[in-house]
Write a protein that binds this ligand. Sequence first.
Ligand code: SF4
Length: 251
Amino acid sequence: MPDIHAKLSASGSDRWMHCPGSVVLEEYFEDEGSEYASEGTQAHAIAETRMRARLDPTPQNVRNAEYAEETTDAEMWAFTGQYEDYCSQIIDGMQLQGRIVRAYVEQRVQFNDWVPDGFGTVDFCAVGGDDLHIVDFKYGKGVKVSAKNNSQMRDYALGFLQEFALIYDNLKTVTMHIVQPRINNVSSETLTVEELLEWAEKELKPKAKVAYNNTREYAAGKHCKFCKAKAVCKARANSILGRIADILIPF
Ligand code: SF4
């Protein structure tokens, strides 16, 4: 589910890490929502219901999943099923290695050790031995999302480490997965916990500090794509005009 109330959201971290000024500028614009966003919300709710029934098949959870199947169109049911299968395979794989696995669905986490007021919700997490897996379900099909160098996924992984620090103090690796079934995209990245923490201290924390302090530093780039201020942003307009000028006047 989207972490809509965080000033520095995990989902917006690629933007605010590149363009810290966007945090202030975006505040002038309402989150208008869209047909795609509501479709994504619905798909996440179905996926959650299915995973709860799979992990904990109480009569109520099974009834909820049956009701979801009856009331969901075949396409969404099939795609949420692919996500469910992927998460289940992670569990099965670790169990086959003889590990005791604990799994979590829609887990709320805080990563405010690195990002002021940072929190979010992880779609699925599983721990087996010293391995942590984090899965994010993407129902969109407009943009192919990679798990490599994905700051949103890293924020979630950090959130899990912070939230469960007292329970899992032995974790050594974190694998972050994106499951985007409508375009047949599955992507993952594995980091050691040490590598993740180093990135968090050296990259995330200092950039979050600048972005949180209402700076007016702007930097346009690919991250502008989902910025709410892009239609009125001078930095983006200048960047586009500069590129056009380079093409028209190459010398
Ligand atoms: S449009 Fe781009 S440059 Fe402008 S505020 Fe948004 S992210 Fe920054």
